[in-house]
Design a protein around this ligand. Structure first.
Ligand code: IVH
Length: 675
């Protein structure tokens, strides 16, 4: 046997094996070999093709790694134009669409039209042509008539088949949406930031930027994915009778098809699907910006026909936009209860992601520098799911020439004390301590808040007034307020003053964990406060705890331990605690828990996150009951989380859990656990 014959045989074997494993990995999500073994097969293929260039075929998986950079994209004229979709926003738009279709197709009013409802993926449209089963061309949509030749780039997308199985139509064009999954997007942006490169504003831009690379080797390194949603040119005129059948056949040929699409009957079912997907949207690992309804029967599609640039038989039902542009009217800073200075952008109010946004945190100095955001700028505001709104980018082209870089204050805007920085200069803090009015006000607002001492009716405005009038300067002062003093405040009458005094009185008997949390020790949140309370049982024991004793607790690190020790060594803190005690603030002393007892409990070792709304009980109650069974209940999902209970409308936490492969269960499961 000649070398070439041997190489040809080995080449064919490698191609078969690599294709098989990529399908398992990228399309079926069920890999059977390690990444390392896969890379080894690919390396062997590349070496073989370098030695025997005649073996390199256009469908070789080696094409996935990218080709020589292009000087420019050449153009491809679409054999059939790539259309766009008409949009609808309100339920009534969909009802009108359905009614119109009945007339256009010539159906009686009571004929129910079957639709395929599918997510409208937020990426970019591509057309991919297979001739005799081999991927030969791929193009962007362009203006719908002429697009750009991105064949090399599309070949690097792992879920795109390079070769179709026997029996595929001789000429088959498929169309679909290239997109980037959120996890891949985050990773890409992190890598971009670390190497000082451009950070992408959203997954769609990242996908577009990655696909339109003249150097397809760059595309090959980007986590692109695709869902195919239709055919274009197809030599098999009897391919399918319905759209859903088309999609089934495409899936059988190895094309990735969105698993969430559904055949639905009539307009009400369309709207139900829209609502269901709207609720799921924040939990998906890719972005969708609406639902597309398509008439399922192809003969009815033909009967309905087209208007200008869109089919009459399809409609995009858009979700409320998650990104909008607006102007930055001002940038100022807020001083928190521990003195942390947080810059905030004051925006021209904008309706985005279902709410009106006028203030957006800019987090810290570094974030301002990263965005180079300036007063007068036009910015992109994003609010996805229940995530807090954020500014993701600045439109530099719209920047007024007068805009100057933001000067971070060197003095606290409230008390004038020096601003000091921590953590590599990222975190800025007012050095004024409790001489700073802002810190006093914030610490009191925290103290009275629902999860802390829960003083009903004590809103922010009342706290501001009490501090302003010199009635309260520490949290202990709340407990010497008199009825007359409250009555004299603006907006109070007899009854409301009585109620507030009663609420203050009521708060005196509390739980140790609440009191601890209320004190506002830096970085001691509810979870840590619960733990400290369970372990120490009472203030005196905690007060005298050493750094070592604190660090010995499972989730307390050196920084938090030091914060606690420092807090209880500060004379003014000790005097406030003593005053609270003298003025009647007390809690039931619970027996300090011994670690060995906790380990016996049925949910010991579980780290649970509750998210979304529960119908049967409040989250606080659920948390208490889980803790009583030995579970730890925390506020954010991490790789240590063992279980996420997702109630109704659960948002980003459930998404994070899905991303980290953390087990997610619903309220029924919670009830089983508690039972
Ligand atoms: S069908 C003639 N289905 O939306 C039908 N388009 O506004 C044309 N898109 O350019 C497309 N998801 O990029 C269709 N499930 C889906 C889609 C989808 C996203 C995009 C596509 C198209 C744009 C039209």
């Amino acid at each position: 046997m000649s070398d070439l014959t041997k190489a040809t045989a080995r080449h064919a074997e490698l191609v078969r094996e690599i294709n098989h494993h990529s399908r398992l990995y990228y399309t079926q999500d069920a890999p059977q070999i390690s990444d390392h073994d896969y890379d080894a097969l690919m390396q062997e293929l590349l070496t073989l093709e370098a030695e025997f260039p005649e073996l390199l075929s256009p469908d070789s998986p080696s094409q996935r790694v990218g080709a020589e950079p292009l000087a420019e994209f050449s153009q491809i004229t679409h054999e059939l134009p790539m259309l766009s979709l008409s949009n609808g926003f309100e339920d009534s738009d969909i009802q009108e669409f359905d009614a119109r279709l009945h007339k256009e197709i010539g159906l009686s009013e009571n004929t129910v039209i079957e639709y395929v409802a599918e997510p409208k993926l937020d990426g970019l449209a591509v057309s991919i042509l297979y001739v005799d089963g081999v991927l030969t061309h791929a193009a962007t949509r362009g203006d719908g008539r002429v697009g750009e030749d991105i064949t090399q780039n599309v070949k690097t997308i792992r879920s795109v088949p390079l070769k179709l199985p026997e029996g595929a139509p001789a000429r088959l064009e498929v169309r679909g949406e290239v997109f980037m999954r959120l996890a891949g997007f985050d990773e890409l942006n992190q890598a971009q930031a670390e190497s000082g490169k451009k950070v992408f504003v959203n997954p769609r831009n990242a996908a577009a930027g990655s696909l339109r690379q003249l150097d397809s080797k760059i595309t090959a390194g980007r986590p692109l994915d695709i869902f195919i949603y239709s055919t274009g040119v197809n030599s098999d005129s009897a391919f399918a009778d319905t759209h859903s059948q088309t999609l089934e056949k495409l899936a059988a040929l190895g094309f990735p098809v969105c698993p969430l699409l559904q055949v639905v009957n009539g307009v009400e079912a369309c709207l139900q699907y829209y609502r269901d997907m709207g609720a799921k949207r924040a939990r998906l690992d890719y972005e969708i910006d609406g639902i597309v309804y398509k008439v399922n029967r192809l003969d009815w599609q033909r009967a309905a026909g087209f208007i200008a640039k869109a089919p009459r038989w399809a409609l995009a039902h858009k979700f409320p936009a998650q990104e909008k542009t607006t102007q930055v009217n001002d940038i100022d800073v807020q001083v928190g209860r521990t003195g942390a200075i947080t810059p905030v952008a004051r925006l021209e109010p904008v309706f985005v992601g279902g709410v009106t946004v006028s203030n957006v945190t800019l987090h810290n100095k570094a974030e301002i520098a990263r965005l180079d955001i300036r007063v007068g700028d036009t910015v992109i505001v994003r609010r996805a799911g229940d995530v807090i709104p954020q500014i993701v980018g600045v439109n530099l082209e719209a920047r007024p020439s007068s805009a100057t870089p933001y000067d971070f204050p060197t003095h606290c805007p409230v008390c004038g004390s020096d601003v000091v920085t921590e953590g590599d200069g990222i975190i800025a803090r007012c050095s004024g301590g409790l001489t700073c009015g802002a810190q006093v006000r914030q610490s009191i607002k925290h103290f009275v808040s629902r999860k802390a001492m829960d003083i009903d009716g004590m809103g922010d405005k009342i706290v501001d007034a009490l501090v302003e009038q010199g009635l309260v300067s520490t949290v202990a002062d709340l407990y010497v307020l008199t009825f007359e003093q409250v009555l004299a405040l603006e907006g109070f009458a007899e009854k409301s003053a009585q109620n507030l005094i009663a609420a203050i009185e009521k708060s005196k008997l509390t739980e140790f964990a609440r009191l601890l949390y209320a004190l506002g020790i830096p970085q001691v949140g509810e979870t840590t406060a619960d733990q400290l309370a369970a372990h120490f049982g009472a203030m005196d024991a905690l007060k005298s705890a050493t750094q070592d004793a604190l660090e010995a607790l499972p989730d307390i690190g050196p920084v938090v331990a030091k914060n606690i020790v420092d807090f209880f060594h500060d004379a003014s803190n000790l005097s406030v605690i003593a005053q609270l005690h003298d003025r009647g603030v007390t809690y039931e002393v619970v027996a300090a828990q011994k670690p060995e007892d906790v380990a016996q409990l049925p949910l010991a070792g579980e780290i649970i996150v509750l998210t979304g709304a529960l119908s049967g009980m409040g989250r606080t109650e659920a948390k208490k009951r889980l803790q009583a069974l030995g579970a730890k209940v925390t506020g954010s999902v991490s790789k240590n989380t063992t279980l996420v209970i997702a109630g109704a409308d659960a948002g980003s936490k459930a998404a994070k859990a899905a991303e980290l492969d953390v087990r997610i269960e619903d309220e029924d499961y919670l009830n089983q656990l508690l039972a």
